[in-house]
Ligand binder design. Structure first.
Ligand SMILES: *[C@@H]1O[C@H](CO)[C@@H](O)[C@H](O)[C@H]1NC(C)=O
Ligand SMILES: *[C@@H]1O[C@H](CO)[C@@H](O)[C@H](O)[C@H]1NC(C)=O
Ligand SMILES: *[C@@H]1O[C@H](CO)[C@@H](O)[C@H](O)[C@H]1NC(C)=O
Ligand SMILES: *[C@@H]1O[C@H](CO)[C@@H](O)[C@H](O)[C@H]1NC(C)=O
Ligand SMILES: *[C@@H]1O[C@H](CO)[C@@H](O)[C@H](O)[C@H]1NC(C)=O
Ligand SMILES: *[C@@H]1O[C@H](CO)[C@@H](O)[C@H](O)[C@H]1NC(C)=O
Ligand SMILES: *[C@@H]1O[C@H](CO)[C@@H](O)[C@H](O)[C@H]1NC(C)=O
Ligand SMILES: *[C@@H]1O[C@H](CO)[C@@H](O)[C@H](O)[C@H]1NC(C)=O
Ligand SMILES: *[C@@H]1O[C@H](CO)[C@@H](O)[C@H](O)[C@H]1NC(C)=O
Length: 465
């Protein structure tokens, strides 16, 4: 109950009294009327309370709306996630070249991706980006759409033509096999040892084949096991994504003949966070060693067992295309192997982008010893190790390269030889030496190429270096 006094002056008296429901009044000695007015509870706060009630009601409705919206989104999210998984699988199959897709397949997948993308975007904006699930889904679909548009640029007809060519080639190879029992020449008698000197000449290139994805996959690496004395039957091929950055697939063949005939392959998808970066990967002791994606670490993966070991930091190594080679991006850390073991060829800021060589422990990935050179890494097209000597190449033209720099880790001496090297295609993406057959393996714009190397006798070395 609220009680208050009103000073009533003669004129207003009747008017005021009619407004209130109940009043008690008395006149004082001056003739002024003192009135006590009693207002019932409900009258005073009513309109404000009503307002509050309405706005509360309004709020309740909007909260309920939001809740039902979220419930709706959650159920649609589940459906879209299923569709997305389905779609991802289909894109992967296309990417792996497992089916011969047509224009129509492509358009369908693209349409579906566009639909999902639009819906997720809508959800994202209406929920104001606060939902982690929606956010993740958005990233995923966005990635998928990038993959598909990358796939799209590959010439579909060419892929089909290549398949036909491969089929024809297989047949020819099978015939050839019958005629010639040993297509791969025997390795040199003293292979795996360092009785030979330095490289003086290189044979003409031997084009083994086009990588299994076709010539749009211009970057990658290939070879057999580069550990001296390792089983030389196993062949590995790692075409990278077309931006030359990521290694996410790897194929292993049980033999050289299987490689030639594209058969009996083991295909491995390498997933995040184990992606490789750049074309510097190598197989050593059945294990792939490579620069991990988007950091300065070394990764170690056994494709036959499909086992991944913890990555290890390569101290101070520059990465992410800081000091790559001139003809292949993201190859900041180039793994190499020779008669003496496993090496990393890379650069640091401290050495001003010049090549650094480190001997790597293949078990722990620790650096055993390091050598600084004076050769600026981005000025080279590639590099490899043979018998503890670093050989660095550069381009002379679109058809020719040369070894123009060498560094002997035993004597700490550098040299400037001029050993020419023919190349089938302009850009050398990776170059590595195998001490078992003493060949040089090159991934050359999608083609798997190798070379025989000619060495001096050890006595001749000293005059050269
Ligand atoms: C006025 O209020 C008094 C006290 O609250 C009550 O006794 C009386 O009945 C009321 N008169 C009218 C006319 O409502
Ligand atoms: C409640 O919602 C109605 C209809 O949307 C609107 O007209 C009214 O202004 C709202 N009231 C408040 C207090 O928000
Ligand atoms: C996934 O795709 C297959 C074939 O492409 C189809 O039969 C299946 O219904 C799809 N599943 C969903 C949940 O869309
Ligand atoms: C989204 O949230 C931000 C801050 O969290 C706010 O400034 C913005 O107005 C919101 N947008 C919408 C559409 O609700
Ligand atoms: C999408 O791609 C980016 C960079 O390409 C990567 O960092 C991220 O992990 C990917 N996300 C998913 C969900 O695949
Ligand atoms: C295999 O040898 C036979 C007979 O010597 C010859 O006719 C045939 O052309 C050869 N095939 C190939 C692929 O060299
Ligand atoms: C180097 O090898 C090439 C190609 O086999 C050959 O033509 C050339 O004569 C060789 N040069 C020397 C100096 O042996
Ligand atoms: C090769 O791998 C085996 C087993 O994984 C290991 O015992 C051996 O020491 C490795 N050899 C080299 C040279 O790393
Ligand atoms: C290589 O160069 C760096 C920076 O100049 C230096 O700190 C390091 O000791 C050098 N290492 C060797 C083995 O000479």
């Amino acid at each position: 109950m609220i009680t208050f006094f009103i000073l009533l002056l003669g004129v207003g008296h009747n008017h005021a009294a009619s407004l209130v429901h109940n009043s008690t009044g008395s006149l004082d000695e001056l003739g002024v009327c003192h009135c006590s007015v009693v207002l019932p509870d409900s009258t005073f706060p009513a309109d404000r309370f009503e307002m509050l009630q309405i706005s509360n009601y309004n709020l309740t409705i909007s909260v309920e709306k939001q809740i039902s919206k979220i419930q709706h989104y959650e159920s649609t999210l589940i459906i879209y996630m299923e569709r997305l998984v389905n779609l991802t699988k289909r894109v992967e199959v296309m990417e792996m070249g497992g089916i011969s897709y047509t224009e129509l397949d492509f358009e369908l997948v693209k349409l579906e991706i566009r639909q999902i993308e639009a819906l997720i975007l809508q959800m994202k904006t209406s929920m104001n980006g606060t939902n982690v699930l929606v956010e993740a889904l958005y990233v995923e679909i966005h990635n998928l759409s990038i993959t598909v548009s990358q796939l799209e640029v590959y010439d579909k007809n060419n892929v089909l033509v290549i398949r036909r060519e491969i089929a024809a080639l297989k047949k020819r190879l099978e015939n050839c096999e019958k005629n010639q029992t040993n297509p791969k020449p025997d390795p040199p008698a003293d292979s795996g040892t360092c009785q030979h000197g330095i490289i003086t000449n290189i044979s003409k290139p031997f084009i083994v084949q086009l990588n299994y994805y076709g010539f749009n996959y211009k970057s990658g690496g290939w070879g057999s096991d580069s550990l001296a004395g390792a089983d030389q039957n196993i062949q590995w091929v790692a075409p990278m994504t077309t931006d030359a950055r990521m290694m996410n697939y790897l194929r292993v063949y049980p033999s050289y003949n299987d490689l030639l005939m594209y058969q009996h392959n083991i295909d491995r998808g390498i997933s995040s966070p184990n992606y490789g970066q750049g074309g510097g990967m190598i197989m050593f002791n059945k294990t792939m060693y490579y620069n991990c994606y988007n950091n300065g670490k070394l990764c170690k993966y056994n494709p036959q067992l499909n086992t991944m070991e913890p990555s290890v930091n390569l101290p101070n190594a520059a990465y992410n295309n800081r000091f790559s080679y001139s003809s292949s991006p993201y190859q900041d850390i180039d793994m190499a192997s020779d008669e003496e073991g496993l090496w990393a060829i890379y650069s640091t800021e401290e050495n001003a982008g010049n090549v650094i060589i480190s001997k790597i422990d293949p078990i722990t990935l620790a650096v055993k010893q390091t050598w600084n050179t004076t050769q600026y890494k981005p000025a080279a097209t590639n590099a490899f190790m043979a018998c503890g000597v670093l050989y660095v190449t550069r381009a002379l033209s679109t058809k020719r390269e040369e070894i123009f720099y060498m560094y002997d880790t035993k004597t700490n001496k550098e040299g400037w030889p001029r050993v020419p090297l023919e190349k089938p295609k302009e850009n050398v993406q990776s170059l590595s030496y195998n001490p078992n057959d003493r060949k040089l393996y090159m991934y050359n714009e999608g083609y798997l190429v190798n070379y025989d190397l000619y060495f001096t006798s050890p006595q001749e070395d000293k005059s050269q270096i």
